[in-house]
Unconditional design. Structure first.
Length: 153
């Protein structure tokens, strides 16, 4: 089990300005939107890593700042998100003429590429070839979520 300590003023697991989360795997913690670059993530089987990462003084200050929470009542387990696989043969059906994003951004550029392709496979090939900052399947999923395209098997 992996644990995360995240600075926050809201949320279901809030305790004196911090949120606490549990993850079954490090991959789940890495993919979670609850964790940011300021979060502290550590292995519950090796809590000494937390001590090694922060050092005695910082860890003591952290505990002093909000006390030692009752971990059983404070932490909640986060469900793993299933990874969506895209079918390369799926057809892309345009629902808009132009991207509904801010012009000049990489996301805008990526959506333009997607809107100009007939299949997911073609879009993936073109997105991965972009420089700088290649695109990928996430851009296609965002285009679907934004209502810009629909995928047909």
């Amino acid at each position: 089990m992996y644990y995360a300590i995240c600075k926050s003023n809201s949320g279901p697991n809030n305790y004196n300005g911090y949120n606490f989360w549990m993850f079954k795997t490090l991959q789940q913690a890495h993919e979670s939107e609850l964790i940011d670059h300021k979060s502290i993530v550590y292995d519950g089987k090796r809590p000494t890593v937390l001590l090694e990462t922060l050092g005695v003084n910082k860890l003591q200050k952290l505990w002093d700042k909000f006390g030692r929470p009752d971990m059983e009542n404070t932490m909640s387990e986060v469900e793993a998100k299933k990874r969506t696989r895209l079918n390369n043969n799926a057809r892309i059906v345009r629902l808009v003429d132009a991207p509904n994003l801010r012009e000049g951004t990489n996301r805008y550029r990526n959506m333009q590429v997607i809107l100009g392709c007939a299949t997911v496979g073609e879009a993936m090939e073109k997105l991965r070839a972009l420089q700088p900052s290649p695109g990928g399947g996430v851009d296609i999923q965002l285009a679907v979520k934004a209502g810009a395209i629909r995928l047909e098997e």
